[in-house]
Structure formats: C-alpha cells, structure tokens
Write a protein that binds this ligand. Structure first.
Ligand code: 13P
Length: 250
C-alpha cells in the first residue's frame, strides 16, 4: 500500500501573518486520518517560521526549489543542506514554472534531484506536458523524456526515495483540471516505465497529480488506481479547502 501524500505548493504567496493564520487554521482542521501524509512548501524566506508553526505536528515541510550545487558563490541560490538545516524533508524539483519561466532544463533538474537526495531529503520530481505538446500527441514522449533525464543520472533505484508529480502545464492555475481518466493514463504510463526497470519500486513509488486540484474534484482524482495524492497550488492557500483535499486522499 502506498501512503497518500498531499502537498501544498504556496508558490510566491503569503506573508508572515497570513502564513501563521493559514497554518494554525489548517492544523485545527486537519484530520489526517490514519493514512495521508501532508506537506507544505512555503517560499524559502518563510521556511523557518513555518517549521516553528508545524512543531509537534505531523505535517512535513518542503522547499519549492533548490540549487544543484552544494555551496559556494551562487548568489541568490539555496542549497539542499540549507533546506535540511531549516527543517525540510522534501524538495520540489523541476516544477513547470521553474522549467518554463526560469529556463530549467532536464539536465539541471536531474542535478537538483541528485543534490536533494545527497542530503537525505526526498525530491518531488515534477513532470508534465504543455497544451501544445498534448494537442500534438506528445504527452507520453515529453513525460518519458523528463523522467529519463533523471533516470540516466540517478538510476531507477533512486526512485525508491523520491516522489513523482504529474502536473500537466495546461491544468496549472487555469481551473482546467485533467479528467481523472486523462491523469490516470499518464500516471499508469509513468508507473509502468518505472516498473519496467524495477518492479518493486514501480509498485511503491508515489505519483501525485497536480493542476487545479480542488476540494470539488480531489476525491475522484485520488480514487484512480495510480494517483497517490496531489500537489496543490491555489487551493493550498485556503485552510478549509486544503484540509478537505487532504481528507479526500484518505
Ligand atoms: P494549481 O493547483 O494552482 O493549479 O497549481 C498546481 C501546481 O503547480 C502545484 O505545484
């Protein structure tokens, strides 16, 4: 059995006051049930604050990105060791906004994945196609290429301590969710691809869906056999909605 995981990616939102209110309200409402793991990924500058707010809770903390280098003259960057130091256990790598807006290519994403694992943190590897790629029938090819870049550097065994998030770019922040069947098709493809390399890891790796997940659609998405939870953007900024999404994963 794969433990469901619901991750909130706050992106570049929030303030100290808003974060405190959000986390307090969320902790009040979370009924994590026996199964679901919950993860919050605030902006870097708030990680320590949020870590304090999460003290004694079961909610995990993650970074939204990371530098591929361990330390040194990389102005503006944050290392995996620093993320670990402030209490992170997960780090998003290869989010489509990093790929599209900041030019992160497959090779850099693969190096970030390695950097995260080198500190004993769990990378959440984000993959997904654009609308243009989907309409051209290239979804499988694009997602496979993004996975292959990491597999080439890390090997399949590395996926034993990683999470994969399928986030179709056309569904992010657009209100246009992939249908449960569309998402399931890609999740199954991802799992089959990993299973072809290592059947055990293929069966155990958690694959999250991201892209306009809301309280109103979470349950049917999470009911699909290869969807193990969600990576939630906008809806993770509302405590009651996010708590409902977490409950839907149980
Ligand atoms: P939305 O849930 O706002 O569509 O964002 C998805 C996402 O990018 C999470 O990482």
């Amino acid at each position: 059995m794969r433990q469901p995981l619901v991750a909130g990616n706050w992106k570049m939102h929030g303030s100290r006051a808003e974060n405190a209110a959000l986390v307090r309200s969320l902790l009040d409402q979370l009924q994590p049930g026996p199964g679901t793991e919950v993860l919050l990924c605030p902006p870097f500058v708030y990680l320590s604050d949020v870590a304090r707010l999460l003290t004694d809770s079961a909610v995990a903390l993650g970074g939204q990105s990371v530098c591929d280098e361990p330390q040194g003259a990389f102005t503006g960057e944050v290392s995996a060791a620093m993320l670990k130091d402030v209490g992170c256990s997960y780090v998003l790598v290869g989010h489509s906004e990093r790929r599209q807006l900041y030019g992160e290519g497959d090779a850099l994403v693969a190096r970030k994945f390695v950097a995260v694992q080198s500190q004993g943190l769990v990378p959440v590897l984000c993959v997904g196609e654009t609308l243009e790629e989907r309409e051209a029938g290239h979804t499988t090819e694009v997602v496979a290429r993004q996975l292959d870049a990491v597999l080439a550097v890390s090997g399949a065994a590395a996926l034993a301590s990683a999470v994969i998030a399928y986030e179709p770019v056309w569904a992010i922040g657009t209100g246009r969710t992939a249908s449960p069947e569309q998402a399931q098709d890609v999740h199954a493809m991802i799992r089959d691809k990993v299973a072809a390399l290592d059947a055990t890891i293929g069966g155990s790796v958690r694959i999250l869906y991201g892209g306009s997940v809301k309280a109103s659609n979470a349950r049917e998405l999470f009911a699909m056999p290869d969807i193990d939870g969600g990576l939630v953007g906008g809806a993770s900024l509302k405590a009651d909605e996010f708590a409902q999404i977490c409950a839907a994963a149980d």
